[in-house]
Ligand binder design. Structure first.
Ligand code: B12
Ligand code: SF4
Length: 510
């Protein structure tokens, strides 16, 4: 079969402000799956290539696929649906399949709202995708998808059918290496530096209220072997001349021993790349940080989220303020840059809490701070909290970018929250201490590179119209609420203490 994989032509703040495209790694895994099964694969990142509907249509028409696979985050959902529409426009017989962290949690809603889509793949996609390709090439045709786990699909009689969930891949080394050869690396750069991506582990045992990635890839952390990671690094290094790598794991350092082994092996093999990775303030120690630094790591990303313990506990982050302080101090000592992520505007937050978070970011002295607005993505605990407390302001997914206030607060208005975001950036980056530290670093002026982007960001934040509070479409809301629920682990301070069944209150998970 001819299989075309498309990242929809959506934009993100990161792209519009920093000019950085994200590598659609999920599609690169699926491309390998399809190629290994003997299918003819075309890969299109319509976002990176700034393509409009007409050029996408031309590409589809010229390749004339049997199946189009589309990926989508929440804000990209409408663009993804549009790609499906265009595909059907070219040829009504094309199978349209969608996956990713949005549709996984609202599959029935997705098929109802986007009539151009045939199949939703929920959760981890590789095995399900392989089985779909196998089933569709078999000639029997009646209901080829009926026994494929992890799909929700539109049957030929129009009925939407939801199959049981797909178990997670046990050993992720069994997954093929992503098709790095299909990626046009020149589109993916920080400034002038081309960068590559590798996901060395999947899953996360924590249960932060806002996070959907830990639900998408499961609570059990699954790491690639050190050998496999080194193999992927070498492919990027040798075959594609990549010298900067971003490890996309949720928590690269969850297994510290493995993080150290990967670092040691990079040194031993003489792989001269610089890289960054995510950690948690309670899953890193000096020895690991040192080894990472020695192996070329320059920046560690920490989800610090808040400056008040009350909010950290609400989030279920499983960390303390003291742990954050200690981790940043340690990383600075070791010579690593730190990127702290902070989230503003959880419903129970007051103005003082947000101010304290921004003060905390400055006091911690992280090298970079990323501030975002708390956003209830479907499937997350925050989503059910927002539904239960009737806090959703809009169902316009385009606004679910984390720079818009789409969820009501018990204490703050939309304007107050969105202004707090702008103020946080200004207050963090435009302070004398930051400028002096930057100057002292010399040569590699962070400020010179960061400030124009901050100014662009603030301008775009100030220019836009507010997310108006509009009455939600009742029917749409009903469809969202009636999605079958998933089991939610009960987490206390980062430890799973049980499983909460999908208990519902007026159809809402509680
Ligand atoms: C790198 C990254 C980015 C990069 C690049 C994203 C990209 N690929 O283009 C950048 C920095 C640009 C980015 C931006 C954003 N991101 Co981001 N990002 C990630 C991160 C860390 C890794 C993505 C990745 O490559 N995963 C690895 C691959 C293997 O997984 P995958 O893409 O999900 O694909 C698998 C399955 O989902 C499925 N699948 C996916 N698509 C398809 C399609 C088909 C046909 C099939 C069959 C299966 C399938 O199969 C794949 C293989 O198993 C994830 C967290 C995570 N752990 O995934 C967050 C994550 C995807 N991001 C998230 C968010 C919120 C955003 C932003 C909205 C906001 C923000 N402030 O960052 C923007 C939106 C950008 C946009 N317009 O789409 C959320 C998404 C939640 C949601 N419901 O949308 C995530 C899950 C983080 C989280 N903690 O919740 N992001
Ligand atoms: S630590 Fe929290 S935010 Fe990070 S992946 Fe795990 S659950 Fe998500």
């Amino acid at each position: 079969m001819k299989v075309m994989l498309i990242n929809p032509p959506t934009t993100s703040e990161i792209k519009s402000v920093l000019g950085v495209n994200g590598v659609p790694l999920g599609l690169a895994y699926l491309a390998s799956v399809a190629k290994n099964e003997g299918h003819d694969v075309k890969f299109l990142d319509a976002s990176a290539e700034n393509m409009d509907s007409e050029s996408i249509k031309r590409e589809i028409r010229s390749f004339y696929p049997d199946l189009v696979g589309i990926t989508a985050t929440t804000p990209a959902f409408y663009d993804a649906c549009d790609v499906a529409r265009i595909s059907k426009d070219v040829n009504g017989d094309i199978f349209t399949v969608i996956g990713g962290p949005h549709v996984t949690f609202v599959p029935n809603y997705t098929l109802k709202r986007c009539p151009y889509l045939d199949i939703v793949v929920r959760g981890e996609g590789e095995i399900t995708f392989k089985e779909i390709l196998d089933a569709l090439r078999r000639p029997n045709g009646m209901d080829p998808l009926h026994d494929i786990r992890g799909v929700t699909y539109r049957r030929s009689d129009g009925k939407i059918v939801q199959n049981p969930p797909r178990p997670l891949v046990k050993n992720i080394d069994d997954l093929p290496i992503p098709s790095f050869d299909l990626i046009k690396w020149d589109y993916y750069r920080y400034g002038r530096v081309r960068y590559g991506v590798i996901m060395t582990s999947r899953g996360c045992p924590f249960n932060c209220v806002f996070c959907s990635s830990s639900l998408q890839f499961g609570k059990r952390w699954r790491g690639h072997s050190v050998e496999r990671v080194i193999r992927e690094i070498k492919i990027l290094y040798d075959d594609f001349n990549i010298r900067e790598i971003e490890f996309l794991d949720d928590t690269f350092t969850l297994n510290r021993k493995r993080a150290q082994q990967i670092s040691d092996e990079m040194v031993k093999e003489g792989i001269d790349v610089s890289w960054s990775a995510s950690s948690r303030v309670n899953t890193i120690d000096k020895e690991t940080a040192k080894k990472m630094k020695r192996a070329g790591a320059h920046t560690i990303y920490f989800g610090i989220e808040s400056g008040t313990q009350k909010i950290l506990d609400f989030i279920g982050k499983g960390i303390t303020i003291e742990q954050a302080i200690r981790a940043i101090e340690m990383a600075v000592k070791v010579g690593l840059n730190t990127l702290g992520s902070f989230i503003l505007g959880f419903p129970i937050e007051k103005k003082e809490d947000i101010e304290r978070t921004v003060r905390f970011a400055k006091k911690l002295n992280v090298t970079y701070a990323q501030f975002t607005i708390a956003t209830p993505y479907p499937g997350t605990r925050l989503w059910y909290y927002a539904l239960k407390n009737k806090l959703l302001k809009t169902l316009n997914w385009r606004l679910y970018t984390t720079t818009r206030s789409v969820m009501k607060s018990f204490y703050l208005t939309t304007e107050q929250i969105e202004r707090a975001l702008v103020k946080a950036y200004l207050s963090f980056y435009l302070r004398p201490k930051y400028a002096i530290r930057d100057l002292l670093k010399g040569g590699n002026s962070l400020l010179l590179r960061t400030v124009p982007a901050i100014i662009r960001s603030v301008r775009s934040l100030l220019k836009r119209t507010r997310a108006e509070e509009e009455p939600l479409n009742e029917e749409e809301l009903k469809d969202l609420i009636s999605e079958p629920q998933i089991e939610i682990p009960v987490i206390e301070m980062g430890k799973q203490v049980g499983l909460r069944q999908s208990a519902t209150y007026k159809g809402i998970l509680i």
